[in-house]
Design a protein around this ligand. Structure first.
Ligand SMILES: [Zn+2]
Length: 156
C-alpha cells in the first residue's frame, strides 16, 4: 500500500541532508566524536574515502567502543563496585579539591535546597559546585552501605 504525500510536503533529500549535516545543527557530542575519530583513527589520512572511513569505523572504532562499554555494564566484575564514569570521577575529584580549600570569610547568599550561591565560582564550575555550598553541608560518608549488607537483600 502506497502512502500519498502532498507535493508541498515533499522535501528534496539534498535539502534534508544539508539541514542534518549543517554544523550549526550538530550537537557537541557529534562534533566531539568526529574530532576523536579524526585524531585517534584517521590521523594518517588527509581526506579518507567514504568506504575507507566506513571500514575504519567497522573494524576499529566500534570494537573499541564495545570494549569500553563492557566497563559500564552491570555484570562487569559481579560483586565488585561498578567502575565510575569519567563524569563521576571528575565530580569526585572536584568535590575533594573544593573541600580542601579555605573560605575567604566573605558572606554569600546561599540556598542549599536549590543549590545556589551568589559567588562567581559557581557559574563557571563545570560541575556546578563551589566551596561555599560544599562546606555548608555535611561531608558524604566515606563508604556507602552495599546492597549485599542490607538485611532485605539477604531474603531475596
Ligand atoms: Zn559559592
Amino acid at each position: 500500500m502506497d502512502i500519498l504525500v502532498p507535493a508541498e510536503d515533499v522535501v528534496p533529500m539534498g535539502q534534508v541532508l544539508s539541514t542534518l549535516a549543517a554544523p550549526w545543527h550538530t550537537t557537541m557530542s557529534v562534533r566531539n566524536f568526529w574530532r576523536q575519530l579524526k585524531h585517534d583513527y584517521l590521523h594518517h589520512l588527509v581526506q579518507p574515502w567514504l568506504d575507507q572511513l566506513v571500514w575504519v569505523i567497522q573494524t576499529q572504532v566500534v570494537l573499541n567502543y564495545m570494549a569500553w562499554a563492557t566497563f559500564l555494564e552491570d555484570v562487569y566484575h559481579i560483586g565488585h563496585p561498578k567502575k565510575l564514569t569519567p563524569f563521576q570521577t571528575g565530580l569526585k575529584k572536584e568535590w575533594a579539591h573544593l573541600s580542601s580549600l579555605e573560605l575567604s570569610g566573605r558572606s554569600y547568599r546561599m540556598d542549599i535546597s536549590r543549590w545556589q550561591c551568589s559567588c562567581k565560582a559557581l557559574k563557571y564550575n563545570s560541575f556546578h559546585l563551589c566551596k561555599h555550598l560544599i562546606k555548608s553541608i555535611p561531608p558524604p560518608p566515606a563508604t556507602l552501605p552495599t546492597p549485599c549488607s542490607s538485611p532485605i537483600s539477604r531474603w531475596l
